[in-house]
Write a protein that binds this ligand. Structure first.
Ligand SMILES: Nc1nc2c(c(=O)[nH]1)N[C@H]1C(S)=C(S)[C@@H](COP(=O)(O)O)O[C@H]1N2
Ligand SMILES: [Mo]
Length: 199
């Protein structure tokens, strides 16, 4: 009976931390290789592959799209998570309204300044939670966190959230990106602990 009154409330945050993850203090930076320094004046974003027309966007094209705020949890496969990261950006669905996908498009490769790549199925890419971010906690996104623009795919491990993204290549079959070729999982769902392999 007493237990009913003295039971420690379950931490609501604990339910939001996927298995095998711990909460990071601060917001760690995780980059393979050098950090590209790209000015918005020279920034370009290309869409090619299984699309009706190859398109190139500049910074003002992107900034003319509807902007939204997002508060999402962030999970790195190296076992740190950060809850309630606040971003400003553009929904993938708002951007994709400008793109004519061919019916055979089933997958997408993200390309970045610096050469990093990571793959998604079209379905994972078109997930309604996904967005391109250019601000972090109300400040311009710094180069170490992927500025001027990164993708954020909150429902998958953060290696699927390309920093310095500068292109989308739509594909009619699966190709693997940088970490996926190096043994990481092709999908990367943190709730299923899809860390490695997946073949
Ligand atoms: N271009 C690029 N994007 C990247 C990476 C990278 O090395 N290069 N690292 C990924 C990994 S493993 C993680 S955990 C997140 C880290 O984002 P952060 O440095 O902003 O915390 O970016 C992802 N996106
Ligand atoms: Mo990561």
């Amino acid at each position: 009976m007493l237990g009913k009154f003295f039971k420690k409330p379950a931490s609501p945050d604990q339910d939001r931390v996927p298995p095998g993850q711990y909460l990071a203090s601060g917001f760690p930076v995780l980059t393979y290789g050098d950090t590209p320094q790209i000015k918005t004046e020279e920034w370009l974003f290309k869409v090619w592959g299984k699309v009706a027309t190859t398109k190139i966007f500049n910074w003002s094209d992107f900034m003319a799209l509807p902007q939204s705020e997002f508060t999402k949890d962030f999970h790195c496969v190296t076992r740190w998570s950060k809850l309630d990261v606040t971003w400003t950006g553009i929904k993938v669905s708002d951007f994709m309204a400008l793109i004519d996908l061919l019916p055979e498009a089933t997958h997408v490769m993200q390309h970045c300044y610096g050469g990093y790549t990571t793959n998604l199925t079209l379905e994972e890419f078109l997930h309604e939670d996904n967005f391109f971010a250019f601000q972090l906690f109300g400040q311009p996104l710094t180069p170490d966190h992927g500025g001027p623009l990164r993708l954020v795919v909150p429902h998958l491990y953060a290696w699927k959230s390309s920093k310095w993204i500068n292109g989308l290549e739509f594909l009619d079959r699966e190709q693997l990106g940088f970490w996926e070729l190096n043994g990481y999982h092709r999908r990367g769902d943190p709730w299923l602990e899809e860390r490695y392999g997946g073949f």
